[in-house]
Ligand binder design. Sequence first.
Ligand code: GLU
Ligand code: ZN
Length: 284
Amino acid sequence: MHDRVPHVTRFAPSPNGHLHLGHALSAIVAHDLARQSGGRFLLRIEDIDGPRSRPELADEFRRDLEWLGLEWDEVPAQSTRLANYAAAAEALKARGLIYPCTCTRKEIEEAGAMEGSDPGASAGASGLIYPGTCKRQPPDPSRPAAWRLDATKAMAETGPLIWEDALAGSQAVDLSGLGDVVLVRKDLPASYHLAVTLDDAADGVTLVTRGADLFAASHVHRTLQALLGLPVPRWHHHPLLLDTDGEKLAKRRGSPALAERRAAGEDGRMLAEQLRLQHLSLGT
Ligand code: GLU
Ligand code: ZN
């Protein structure tokens, strides 16, 4: 399907826990799509997740990928790119496209926020649709503030936008299920959404490959590309591996870490082959 143009793909793990089978599948899909097209497969360590980030895991990730039989080019880790994030945030501030928000999760809950679909939630956002408290009434400037995208203003500025998913087809940007997402965290010059969009552009990624759990995030990323004048890649959100209960495999639920299987002497290349077959059977 992707074999005409040489694609630049990437695997972008966060070193806040061990890699598990779902990560292995993401890496394999990105790797294979690049290789089949004669393109490049990049590894980027997304290590800005504050206290949850454990830099020593990056080495483990490299050994895991090697064990799976993958080869990659590594690009600089996110922690080296903070100035780039801050510059983009300043530009968005100057245009009034982001606004400060001092709300805590508790305050957002108490304001009656609805559950949203922001996948950035796993990277520190609340996952609730922000009820707009600080947009209506500018907050106390002495409290620490995150900066949120004014989705209404952003959509008015960009007009209708489309993005292309290799499996799901053309998608019209719709921010209504996400609300005003956080672009600058209280503790960092970027959120997942801002960092990943800027990095994919800086790294020349042409095919953003990741699990379908992050599908909704692409509405935000496509919007940011339009607002910041960044190149627009294509996306490939692959189906997720499910465990025997039909639930998403997650490191939190204790699915075996790749490092553990590697240490136990399992053959990583064979595991990669099994995952390729399983991926085919998931219907891609
Ligand atoms: N660091 C993110 C994660 O591990 C990467 C997500 C993406 O590929 O955009 O979930
Ligand atoms: Zn607020």
